[in-house]
Design a protein around this ligand. Structure first.
Ligand code: SF4
Ligand code: SF4
Length: 218
């Protein structure tokens, strides 16, 4: 089933919506008119072993190393990479009506586990995903987008769908997750057993994934 509000891009296995051009979701409303209105791309995508494998299969290892792995904006975890967002300068400025800047508010909110979720929202309200291109949208090769980026459809879009359309959407979202998550879990366990992490063994992981891709192609 296909409908107008949400489309399924079969080639890149991603959900898209025309509604995003004028994002109506109040959760992603910007704090100032000076900030670009970018909807849920005020975000820091988390690249798992699944997306890293796809980059290596596509012979884009150099892209992986330059844009993700060696990018000082990004945070390398054991088996994931968080692509840090650009933070707008307004985040660090006090406006005339406020006694603190959003950054100062963020620091305060981070101090308690009860408010840390608010801190995340405070920061993301001034964030722009590093792959977002003004006037164009996502600038990342669609096949390298994370499963969250390929499957996220907010409540404001969902409420425009009929019951049948929501079922269709949930099925597509599950199929995206069911491809990416088991892959990540499987190779995370294998690398963990070998004592490998992205921080310390990126060369070994690249060689392993190249070999895996050759075996899968045979
Ligand atoms: S999915 Fe929802 S929140 Fe994200 S850009 Fe589209 S309309 Fe806005
Ligand atoms: S990677 Fe693309 S879709 Fe995902 S948050 Fe960034 S710009 Fe948006």
């Amino acid at each position: 089933m296909e409908h107008n509000t949400v489309q399924w891009d079969i080639e890149n296995r991603q959900l898209l919506s025309e509604v995003c051009r004028n994002c109506p979701d109040p959760h992603f409303e910007r704090r100032s008119k000076e900030l670009p209105h970018i909807g849920c791309c005020a975000y820091e995508p988390v690249f798992t072993l699944f997306e890293i494998y796809k980059m290596i299969v596509a012979e884009k290892t150099e892209f992986f190393l330059e844009v993700l792995y060696h990018n000082p904006r990004n945070t390398i975890h054991e088996y994931e990479i968080v692509a840090g967002a650009f933070i707008h300068p307004l985040f660090y400025q006090r406006d005339p009506t406020s006694s603190e800047s959003p950054a100062e508010r963020y620091d305060k909110l981070c101090q308690s586990s009860h408010t840390v979720y608010k801190a995340v929202d405070e920061r993301l309200a001034y964030a722009v995903c590093q792959f977002f291109i003004d006037g164009k949208g996502c600038g990342l090769n669609a096949s390298f987008k994370t499963s969250i980026c390929r499957s996220f459809i907010c409540g404001a879009v969902e409420e425009k769908l009929s019951g049948e359309e929501r079922e269709w959407l949930a099925k597509r979202q599950r199929s995206i997750r069911d491809e990416a998550e088991p892959f990540h879990r499987k190779y995370k366990a294998i690398f963990h057993e070998r004592g490998w992490t992205l921080m310390n063994n990126v060369k070994e992981i690249i060689i392993y994934f190249r070999q895996l891709s050759r075996e899968r192609a045979e």
